[in-house]
Each structure stands twice: as structure tokens, then as C-alpha cells.
Unconditional design. Structure first.
Length: 366
């Protein structure tokens, strides 16, 4: 959890220093005021990338050459990020240069829920795989090894297919794909089966309309369920050679929670889809806490009020309050501030890049 956060020359924020609460941190302001920039900065510190811009130059404030983001956790671990137009991106973790991004992710488990989180249904299998792999990565330390090794072998096999290499060379890469692909599938399946048991009560609480429904996981491995991965790769050899890439495997997997064996996308309204996705994220955080006793997870929730009526906004806030997770929420709804009621929660007002904590001024210079 973050105990301190400092930004400089970050989008429309010149400089600001915050001391977030360990619980809920609510940022209220008009559209374009700078609320989401706070979430983006935290996302950068935890993931090493922005959820808004692929080119980090777009984040630098006008007429400046660099931006910086610095944070300190409640365990006093410092993490700092500097992006300069000349030298590029530099990240330091615990006062040492970052070796790999996975170290950053382990240091700060983070879930980000965008204002358009209904895209969980629209963006396709890749988005859903990325979501579930976040959870498997954090609860199974060996997952990242299997996944990184699998991806490297897949790149090599696809290059061999594209360049019309021998069948023997392609089959060599298949051995790696089978070994690590089967492990990835087993880890994902185990994780999803545990996740659904946690998801049911959370979604039923947030969205009581479905409290009597049956929820099941449908997982597609990425190849024919009636055949093994080695059989599938062997049968697909000629097709893959013609296409120039390998289609079957866990890199083509997909999953979904079914409601009474029906597609939730067809059953749920836009607001209910948001609650559905939020419940999945909270389930992942809860599962991580149960398995690894991790209590430093950060949740970023952009535009809570969008698509949700007042009662559901209240229910979400109550649910978040019951979890040991540090939450950063943005909203244009000033009434949400009335729900912040204890010493573990704070309200910040954002206007034109300036941030003011309720009843006091945050350390800001413009």
C-alpha cells in the first residue's frame, strides 16, 4: 500500500504530493480535471506502463522535457519512475535500478477497473486471458516461468513456420509448447475453479438480482477439448505451415463465468456488466489474500458513478470497505464524499490539476 505519492510534470499536474489513506481514497472533480492522471501514475509505478498512452512522451506536461513519479509503501519501500525525452524510461525499486517488470508487479499487486470495463465482454479472449493471468501470476510463482518460456518457444516456432523450416525443427519447438502449455492450462484451470467460489457471494451482494442464480466457469483451453495438445499440434502441422503461425495452444484460450449456463453479456445491462467485472476483480484480490496472505493490493476504480445508480454506488463502497485493499476511486459525483466516514478513508478534490484534501490543501505547486 502507498503511504506517499509525488508527481511532477505529469499531464496537467505540475507538482503534487499526497499521503493516501490505507483504505478508500476518493478523488472528485469534473471531467478533465486530472483525476484519472492520479490513477495513471499509480498504474505506471506498479506495471511500468500507462493504460492511456503507449507513447510516454504524451504524458509529459507541455513545455517540459520529463515527468517523474515517486511513491513509498507502508513498508517504506521506495519506487521511482522518470521518463525523459532524451534518455527514455528509468525505474528504480528500493533504491536500485529495476531489472525486470515482473519485479515491479510483485512489489505492488494492482487491479485497474476502467470506466469502460464492460469491454471485458467486447475486447475478446486476449483481454480476458490477461486478466486471469494476473491472478495466476500472483498466486503461483512458477506460472511466469512457464508462460515466458512458452511465449519464447511460440515465437521461434512461428518464425520456423513462416520461413518454411524442416518438420523436425518445428516438432522440436512443439516439445517446449507441450511441456509448458500443459502446465499453464493446469494452473489456469485450478485458479478459475477457486475463483468462482469466491465470485458467487461477492456478485450476489453487489447485484442481489442474481443471488439465486447458478454460476459456472467455462474454460476453453485453446485447442479441441477431446484431444491432447500433442495430438492437436501434430494434426495442425500442414495448416499451420500454410498459415505461417501456430493457432492451437493456451495462447488462444478463453474463459467466461456463465449465469444459469447462459452468456452474461446477453443477460446483463451495462451497469450490471460493470458490477460483474468489478466482482471478478474483487474476487481475484480476495483469492490472492487467502492464498498468499497478500494485504498490499491496490485497486484503481475510474469513474465509479458511471452506469451505476446511487444504491449500487453505496453498495460498492460498502463492499470495498470490507476488504483489506487500498482503493483509489475517481468520480464526478460530489455526493459520494458523504460516504467517506472513518480515519482509514480520505476525500480529495481535483480541479485544473490542483488537488485538495478535504479541509486542507495538499502540497501542490503550479
Amino acid at each position: 500500500m502507498l503511504s506517499h505519492l509525488t508527481l511532477s510534470n505529469f499531464r496537467n499536474i505540475n507538482q503534487v504530493s499526497l499521503s493516501p489513506s490505507v483504505g478508500i481514497n476518493l478523488f472528485i472533480g469534473e471531467n478533465g480535471s486530472g483525476k484519472t492522471s492520479i490513477l495513471e501514475a499509480i498504474h505506471l509505478l506498479a506495471m511500468g506502463r500507462s493504460f492511456r498512452s503507449r507513447n510516454l512522451k504524451n504524458i509529459i506536461q507541455f513545455e517540459h522535457a520529463q515527468f517523474t513519479v515517486f511513491a513509498r509503501s507502508s513498508e517504506m519501500t521506495p519506487v521511482g519512475l522518470l521518463f525523459d525525452t532524451n534518455t527514455g524510461l528509468q525505474i528504480r525499486l528500493n533504491n536500485a535500478p529495476l531489472k525486470k517488470l515482473s519485479d515491479l508487479a510483485v512489489n505492488t499487486p494492482l487491479q485497474y477497473i476502467s470506466a469502460n470495463c464492460h469491454q471485458f465482454f467486447e475486447l475478446g479472449p486476449k483481454f480476458r486471458r490477461r486478466m486471469i493471468d494476473w491472478g495466476v501470476f500472483h498466486v503461483e510463482h512458477k506460472f511466469n516461468y512457464h508462460w515466458q518460456t512458452y511465449k519464447k518457444a511460440l515465437i521461434q516456432k512461428n518464425a520456423a513456420l513462416k520461413n518454411k523450416k524442416t518438420k523436425a525443427e518445428i516438432e522440436l519447438w512443439d516439445q517446449y509448447l507441450v511441456k509448458h502449455g500443459e502446465q499453464i492450462t493446469e494452473l489456469r484451470t485450478t485458479y478459475l475453479n477457486r475463483l468462482i467460489d469466491i465470485f458467487k457471494p461477492i456478485f450476489s451482494k453487489i447485484c442481489p438480482t442474481f443471488d439465486q442464480c447458478e454460476f459456472t466457469i467455462r474454460y476453453s483451453k485453446g485447442w479441441n477439448k477431446d484431444k491432447s495438445l500433442p495430438e492437436t499440434l501434430a494434426e495442425n502441422y500442414e495448416r499451420d505451415r500454410f498459415l505461417g503461425y501456430s493457432r492451437a495452444g493456451p495462447h488462444s484460450a478463453d474463459w467466461m463465468v456463465r449465469i444459469n449456463n447462459d452468456s452474461p453479456e446477453e443477460m446483463l445491462s451495462r451497469g450490471q456488466q460493470k458490477l460483474f467485472y468489478l466482482s471478478l476483480c474483487l474476487s481475484q484480490i480476495t483469492l490472492l489474500m487467502e492464498i498468499k496472505e497478500v494485504k498490499n493490493t491496490i485497486l484503481l476504480l475510474d469513474d465509479l458513478s458511471s452506469e451505476l445508480d446511487w444504491q449500487h454506488q453505496k453498495t460498492v463502497m460498502e463492499t470495498l470497505r470490507s476488504l483489506p485493499v487500498q482503493t483509489f476511486i475517481t468520480s464526478t459525483n460530489t455526493e459520494l464524499a458523504s460516504l467517506i466516514s472513518n480515519e482509514k478513508e480520505k476525500v480529495f478534490h481535483v480541479e485544473h490539476g490542483e488537488i485538495r484534501e478535504d479541509n486542507e490543501t495538499v502540497n501542490t505547486s503550479i
